[in-house]
Design a protein. Structure first.
Length: 162
């Protein structure tokens, strides 16, 4: 019904919600069927309420995801502006982009083990590595949690998980 009404993505998101609540879905579906057989008044009410609650949850999830994506795009523009204004160097920019593209917290040890990171510092000292990371952290482009993981600053997460 939603697809025919012009809602392209809601049916797929609702299908995921139904899958997550499959036992409740079938319990209500069977209860509605029995209520209809007994000729009860408004037998579909519980299922419609379940559907509407699912739709609200799906819309909230989609809203949160869009906000997250917009935040990431705005943050990416800020990082690029820092590079363009020479507030960070290309190595620092590459580090921040790597953490963003990782899509989840990136352990500092994993970043240091990455061949791209190693290539950037092939002819640099450890002091340069430390200075680059320190600058990124000072500018608030990345955040480090207590477990040695780097987070993009747009996530707003510090010391915990999302």
């Amino acid at each position: 019904m939603l697809r025919h009404a012009g809602y392209k993505y809601a049916p797929f998101a609702l299908a995921k919600y139904y899958q997550e609540h499959i036992h409740e879905y079938f319990t209500l579906f069977n209860a509605v069927r029995r209520a209809e057989e007994k000729k009860e008044e408004f037998p579909n009410t519980t299922f419609v309420a379940f559907h509407l609650d699912g739709l609200r949850i799906v819309i909230d999830r989609l809203h949160d995801r869009v906000n997250e994506m917009v935040g990431m795009l705005l943050f990416d523009a800020v990082v690029r502006q820092h590079l363009d204004n020479k507030q960070i160097n290309p190595r620092q920019y590459a580090i921040v982009r790597h953490v963003i593209e990782h899509g989840r917290p990136l352990p500092l040890t994993a970043m240091r083990g990455d061949p791209r990171y190693q290539a950037m510092y092939l002819k640099k000292t450890d002091k340069t590595r430390q200075r680059d990371l320190k600058r990124i952290l000072e500018l608030g482009l990345l955040r480090a949690d207590g477990q040695g993981q780097l987070w993009p600053a747009f996530t707003g997460v510090l010391g915990g998980g999302k």
